[in-house]
Design a protein around this ligand. Structure first.
Ligand SMILES: [Zn+2]
Length: 248
């Protein structure tokens, strides 16, 4: 399509070549590489110019492609030290991802991204609160990230806790922020925390409601979205399949 052949993206072009040189098992992905999104996923560190050249849709496509690499076991060979050095003088992350603290759902890893590629906000149940909203406003309005992703995951313990009305210290208040998603989830059948189909349905509702809350409570972010400067999208990471499903 576009970018991969444009001048000014030498590292990205190199990556695309590396991508195209991968094993023939990936031949079926040739069409995807031809879409020109692989250039975004990513050099040692994103430059300001590289990020400026990307649209929100291209960034989302790059994250989808990164997860495709991850779930197939073909993640980028990256050097974290090089990424750290390349980004030490400044960061130009393309997106902010709000995800759960679950040890099995690290956003950068499952999207095959590296240091300085994304802002990563993590809290149990990937809920929004004042501090998360402030963090995302910083990421987008002040630092120039172009995509907001709210990424839930399957078999989420926080969702189960909200369904079970678990109570523990400060966790009680956190789970209270998820309970509206439990009530709002239409599901005929066993509405218990041992029914993973229901748990995952609530997790999806929770992602949608978190996005709605972000839009309602952050005029900064909703303004950027209305202007087309940023895109906001929900996603769900499946622990068993390693697939991140984007709701867009
Ligand atoms: Zn979780």
């Amino acid at each position: 399509m576009d970018g991969a052949k444009k001048p000014g993206f030498p590292a990205a072009v190199q990556f695309r070549r590396a991508f195209l040189q991968r094993s023939t098992a990936l031949a079926a992905l040739g069409a995807l590489g031809g879409m020109g999104v692989s250039r975004i996923a990513f050099a040692d560190a994103l430059t300001k110019e590289q990020r400026a050249a990307m649209s929100p849709d291209q960034i989302i496509a790059a994250m989808k492609e990164g997860n495709d690499h991850f779930r197939r076991g073909y993640t980028k060979a990256r050097n974290y030290l090089n990424e750290a050095k390349a980004s030490a003088a400044g960061q130009y992350p393309a997106a902010v991802v709000l995800s759960c603290i679950d040890s099995r759902a690290p956003a950068e890893v499952v999207l095959d991204l590296g240091i300085a590629d994304i802002f990563s906000a993590r809290v149990a149940g990937n809920i929004a609160n004042d501090d998360i909203l402030g963090s995302m406003e910083f990421a987008c309005k002040l630092s120039g990230a172009k995509v907001v992703v709210v990424m839930g995951h399957t078999a989420c313990g926080a969702i189960k806790g909200a369904i079970d009305n678990a109570e523990l210290g400060n966790l009680t208040g956190l789970l209270a922020k998820i309970k509206p998603a439990v009530a709002a989830t239409k599901y005929d059948g066993d509405r218990s925390a041992t029914n993973y189909t229901f748990v995952d349905a609530v997790a999806k509702t929770n992602v949608e409601m978190t996005l709605a809350e972000i839009r309602a409570r952050s005029s900064v972010l909703s303004g950027l979205e209305k202007a087309g400067t940023i895109k906001m999208v929900g996603a769900m990471y499946n622990l068993k399949t390693a697939v991140v499903q984007f709701y867009a």
